[in-house]
Ligand binder design. Structure first.
Ligand code: EAX
Length: 321
């Protein structure tokens, strides 16, 4: 039994493969065809190329290694090697990432990329090691949009009283509570069934996720709220990272950069082309959102964020060019 445990542990770290080659376990919550899958493939190819096939990646898509919070825990204890995840639950491990989860913070993709790829983003990535995690790169999930099974939503008033699944993220929950929505935090793997059974009325996600997770089967209305930009992260277990020499570390970082770029490209394409596909699959799409009214209704939440994070830190992101 003891030997088996050791063996299983060694295999999880990829130590038993032939000729010093090592296969790493990478988990994510979506289908292989999603932006996460595309990213993992691009990263794996680049990593194998840069290390002459010494390090390769085996993908575990569609929550095969658990929800995002569980996968991040797996990184900390060394049962999972790599994860592509939204920032959803990551603030529970590295509180500074919560800053990036504030609604209506990023104007557009360009703004988000500039912040995350610049000194502010790096400062947040630097917080990971002391919390038992390695952050290789920022990726992208995309701007989130509200779906529900009850009615078309154009204004905060329309949304009031809906029961909406949120990620396990305090910043998001606070925002929804503030506009009178009942936020129900839930891990992503439980979401489809919860929508199907009516445990919750709605959820919110980027277009690529709504498509990939087949939510049109259980949700009628889509509002293009774009209420929050959802970053993604490529994370790694310190138990693997700490074994690498300097050159290998560089290879992982470079491969993650390639993976992140592929993720952003696919997430963007899905956001551009996916709405039409969602219409075809029967969703009724609300495009004329009263965005101003949502921002206005969120004012008390913004005041709370300022208290929690400091207005200066928020403005630094908001005003970053
Ligand atoms: O990372 O939990 C969520 O809604 C995430 O956006 C999804 O798992 C993709």
């Amino acid at each position: 039994m003891f030997m088996r445990t050791i063996l299983a542990g060694a295999m999880a770290l990829g130590l038993t493969s032939a000729a010093g080659a090592a296969e790493l376990k990478l988990g994510y919550s979506l289908a292989p065809t999603s932006h996460y899958g595309v990213s993992a493939t691009a990263m794996g190819e680049e990593l194998a190329r840069l290390t002459n096939g010494k390090w390769t990646i085996k993908q575990f898509p569609a929550n095969a290694l658990g929800g995002e919070r569980e996968m991040v825990e797996g990184l900390q204890i060394g049962t999972v090697d790599l994860v592509v995840t939204s920032t959803g639950p990551v603030g529970n491990f590295v509180p500074d990432t919560l800053l990036t989860d504030i609604p209506f913070l990023f104007r557009d993709y360009k703004h988000a990329h500039a912040v995350l790829d610049g000194p502010i983003g790096q400062r947040i990535l630097d917080q990971f090691p002391k919390n038992g995690l390695i952050a290789l790169a920022w990726g992208e999930n995309g701007f989130r949009n509200l779906t529900n099974s009850k009615r078309p939503i154009r204004t905060p008033d329309d949304a009031r009283g809906l029961k909406v699944r949120t990620m396990e993220n305090q910043v998001h929950m606070q925002a929804f509570r503030t506009i009178g929505v009942l936020p129900t935090p839930m891990a992503f793997p439980e979401l489809f069934t919860a929508l199907q059974q009516g445990t919750v009325d709605g959820q919110e996600n980027p277009i690529g996720v709504i498509l990939s997770a087949k939510f049109p089967q259980v949700q009628k209305y889509l509002s293009l709220t774009q209420h929050v930009y959802s970053p993604a992260l490529i994370l790694m277990s310190p138990s693997v990272w700490n074994k690498l020499d300097a050159k290998e570390k560089e290879a992982f970082q470079q491969a993650a950069k390639v993976g992140a770029a592929a993720m952003r490209k696919k997430a963007f394409e899905d956001a551009q082309n996916g709405v039409e596909e969602l219409r075809k699959q029967g969703m009724e799409v609300v495009t004329d959102l009263d965005r101003k009214a949502f921002e206005e209704a969120l004012k008390p939440a913004f005041a709370e964020y300022a208290k929690r994070f400091g207005q200066a830190k928020i403005d630094e992101i908001r005003n970053y060019q």
